[in-house]
Design a protein around this ligand. Structure first.
Ligand SMILES: [Ca+2]
Ligand SMILES: [Ca+2]
Ligand SMILES: [Ca+2]
Length: 252
């Protein structure tokens, strides 16, 4: 049945009002990593929220555009005050930073008793999103540029001691001499060890220390770490050797 124009207008207006009211309310009670509240808004036409528009902390002292949320361990001030990740929201020895719109987590053990193997570090990263109450997925970090490497080295040097090793996601567990980021079908090769020594693949970044990686079969040093004794360049180490810490990175 065709509606008369006036009635059709009233119905459309009512539908719009209901839509706006719903859109204005949070449809979920979780918070995005940037501290914004989950759920569509009328302002963005119902699209998912984009990158952070406002946050507290040193970079935004006026808290412009910040929507207060419970503080979580994510490198920004979710509650819009001047303090980032306060009130022990990060596990002991861990801290978070954001770079290029995603989160990194660095954990350094307070004592040798809490040192971790590569596989333990990998599992810690895998569960960190849930453990920290963040709606994101973490893996051991992959380092794809000199800028990212500089950021990580500075951060590690500021919290770890110069004899520590800190796991990253590089390994040649599956095929000796073929270094990849990550594990399984999604692993990304980035460096091969051949007769001429170690060479990064075309277009790929690597920062092994001179003479490293030093083991090239599947049973020696198969896991990469930032090595404090090598100015935080990478060293291949035994995966089962306990290291002081690890870096996790948010992944899609
Ligand atoms: Ca805060
Ligand atoms: Ca936070
Ligand atoms: Ca080595």
């Amino acid at each position: 049945m065709r509606l008369r124009p006036a009635r059709r207008f009233r119905e459309l207006a009512l539908a719009a009002l209901v839509g706006l009211t719903l859109a204005g309310c949070p449809l979920t009670d979780h918070y995005y990593i940037d501290g914004s509240l989950g759920g569509a808004t009328a302002a963005n036409g119902g699209a998912p929220p984009g990158p952070p528009k406002g946050k507290g902390g040193a970079e935004n002292p006026d808290h412009e555009g910040c929507v207060a949320a419970p503080e979580v361990c994510d490198g920004v001030s979710n509650d819009c005050d001047a303090d980032v990740d306060e009130d022990d929201v990060c596990p002991p020895g861990c801290s978070a930073e954001q770079r290029d719109g995603h989160v990194y987590l660095l954990c350094v053990a307070p004592s040798t008793a809490a040192y971790v193997t590569y596989q333990t570090a990998r599992m810690r990263c895998g569960s960190a999103g849930m453990d920290l109450g963040l709606m994101v997925h973490f893996e051991l970090t992959s380092v794809e540029s000199a800028d990212e490497e500089a950021f990580l080295k500075d951060w590690i040097a500021s919290v770890a001691t110069a004899t520590d090793s800190i796991w990253l996601g590089a390994n040649d567990i599956v095929k000796g001499g073929t270094w990849v980021w990550g594990e399984g079908p999604q692993a990304v090769p980035f460096l091969h060890v051949g007769a001429m020594g170690a060479m990064a693949d075309p277009g790929k970044y690597a920062d092994f220390a001179p003479g490293q990686p030093s083991g090239s079969n599947e049973t020696d040093e198969d896991c990469g770490a930032f090595d404090g004794s090598l100015a935080w360049q990478w060293n291949d180490e035994h995966c089962s050797a306990p290291a002081a810490g690890y870096v996790c990175e948010q992944k899609p």
